[in-house]
Design a protein around this ligand. Structure first.
Ligand SMILES: [Zn+2]
Length: 240
């Protein structure tokens, strides 16, 4: 990271370093010139505490992760979450069709249905991210003429989807998931997405919520289109 690439987690002011090494084994945490607080107190904290603060949607924890670390697991995390979601949908698809027909058992082993679910989940995720980024590009980039770091926003959106990992318990305890539980996971992911946008743009809560709503609308439209279109994947899957 170069000069002024860090941010003060308290006031969002740019900073050139998080700590100073006095070469005799003494490390001193940098104090922000603007707010007189440590630029990033989390560099001394245990990752578990940072994670807890991120789960609580604390602005400081989000600033630490997005600006002051080079955490680069967003693509891996994205694929992992999509696999969990695909498995859940795949299980639900078969759970709704109770049959003792041996042909069904053979079909159950066909992996392509799982890949179709993975494709659908990926499509919906990209529709969500596309909707959010287009909205922000229009409102922030064009109307407010502020520079928009699309790659940072995409990284923030993908990282803040980490709540989808909660689908794993739903996958493990197959019959225990309920629409309420899945709804709460969705709500948590959307709240994290909104907080990530708010932190990256240093914007109002209203703007980030609107961006998330546009993303959700775009995702829902794509999901509905996939169900309604004549070549619907769902129809192909349920074709007997
Ligand atoms: Zn500060």
């Amino acid at each position: 990271m170069g000069k002024d690439d860090f941010r003060c987690i308290e006031c969002n002011e740019k900073a050139s370093e998080l700590h100073r090494d006095y070469s005799n084994g003494i490390l001193k945490i940098t104090i922000c010139e603007s707010c007189q607080k440590p630029v990033d107190k989390y560099i001394e904290y245990d990752p578990v505490i940072i994670l807890i603060d991120a789960i609580l949607c604390k602005t400081q924890a989000f600033r630490h992760i997005l600006f002051n670390t080079s955490l680069n697991i967003h693509w891996k995390l994205c694929v992992f979450c999509l696999l969990c979601e695909a498995y859940l949908r795949w299980s639900l698809l078969h759970g709704s069709k109770q049959s003792s027909d041996p042909a069904d058992i053979i079909r159950y082993t066909k992996e392509w249905e799982f890949y179709s679910m993975f494709g659908l989940a990926s499509l919906e995720l990209w529709a969500f991210c596309g909707g959010v980024l287009c909205f922000l590009w229009l409102v922030v980039g064009l109307l407010q003429s502020r520079p928009l770091e699309l790659s940072l926003l995409l990284r923030g959106l993908l990282l803040s989807c980490y709540g989808k990992v909660l689908l794993i318990p739903a996958v493990i305890w197959e019959h225990d998931y309920s629409p309420l539980c899945l709804g709460l996971i969705k709500l948590f992911v959307l709240t994290s997405n909104s907080q990530a946008i708010r932190v990256i743009l240093n914007s109002s809560r209203r703007l980030s919520l609107m961006a998330v709503c546009v993303g959700l609308l775009s995702e829902t439209c794509v999901a509905q289109a996939c169900k309604k279109l004549p070549w619907s994947i769902q129809d192909v899957l349920t074709f007997d």
